[in-house]
Write a protein that binds this ligand. Sequence first.
Ligand SMILES: [Zn+2]
Length: 95
Amino acid sequence: MTKSELKIADAIREVTAAVQKAIDEGYRSRAIDADDLVEVLLSIADRLDPQVAERVAAGDACPNCGERDADKLVWETDEETVRCASCGEAYSPGG
Ligand SMILES: [Zn+2]
């Protein structure tokens, strides 16, 4: 399994555990309807969403190698330049 597949599996397990707890404590009925299904699917999407948000906009990607992972694009101390950890390129995002 890839890292992202494991994240999806974890998100499904966490949401399933939360739903199971709600059923056990009587907050949620055992009879599932369409609204319940939509709510569960959106809960899973919400847990996965931050992973997507960690990517910078296409216009701010590394001009040399195209890196968009925010964790690999580090602001320099001048606060105008970003250094790409993947290839070492320094550039001004959006400029
Ligand atoms: Zn780069």
